[in-house]
Design a protein around this ligand. Sequence first.
Ligand code: IPE
Ligand code: IPE
Ligand code: MG
Length: 253
Amino acid sequence: MPIINFPFFKKKTSQQIELKKDNLPEHVAIIMDGNGRWAKKRGLPRIAGHKQGMDNVKRIVKIANKHQVKVLTLYAFSTENWKRPKTEVDYLMKLPTEFLNTYLPELVEENVKIQTIGDFDVLPAHTKNAVDNAKDRTRDNSGLILNIALNYGSRYEITEAIKKVVEDVEANKYTLTDIDEELFSSYLYTSNLKDPDLLIRTSGEIRLSNFLLWQSAYTEFWFTDVLWPDFDEVQFEKALYDYQNRKRRYGGI
Ligand code: IPE
Ligand code: IPE
Ligand code: MG
């Protein structure tokens, strides 16, 4: 059982924190924020922060795997991120390729299965090809699902789902009264995944920024000021520890 030593706890109580084996989150979602500020603090261009953030993804996948997390959903690019300068967007669109060129063999080795959520069709061909190849190569893997939210926006996802539901009603696949939460969920990008148990956002912003609005109805939220490239094993395990000590009531008592 991993024993974690948190310096700030230690200062107060000299207490060592122990993760329990059970009650770990099965699905962890992360809003990986703060790459730009990480770079700025160092006098570097924003893209240097994105590069560092990309390398951190590999580190966190390994730790998630170690703690038997089943699904790790990472917010890599939102439907609103197209508003950024073209040079930054172009770099962000190259990152999946760079990430997979560097780490795909290790991910295959670690039995990781790669999936995506988001509007995939409008991505540049080179991004789509790299990700499609990674999905293919990891299709039969049975370990951690690395679910990358790429050009993802929750409102777009929900709006598209509504259009498909209406189409299917019009095609007499079912009637209006058949529509319930479960059926509607099956039209979302996340149809094959359970809802996130734990959602982490780095960099001190306390908002969802259009991430998993439907799916996070009963998710536990965890925020830290640490910038994404600095988010490490200690931070991740602190989030897991806090999660284990929450009481999820789902409206009950
Ligand atoms: C998160 O870091 C990565 C993406 C949104 C693609 P940011 O680029 O948002 O970093 P900050 O928030 O400007 O520091
Ligand atoms: C959210 O971060 C999107 C990703 C991490 C990919 P942003 O940096 O885009 O969010 P806002 O603009 O601060 O809300
Ligand atoms: Mg940001």
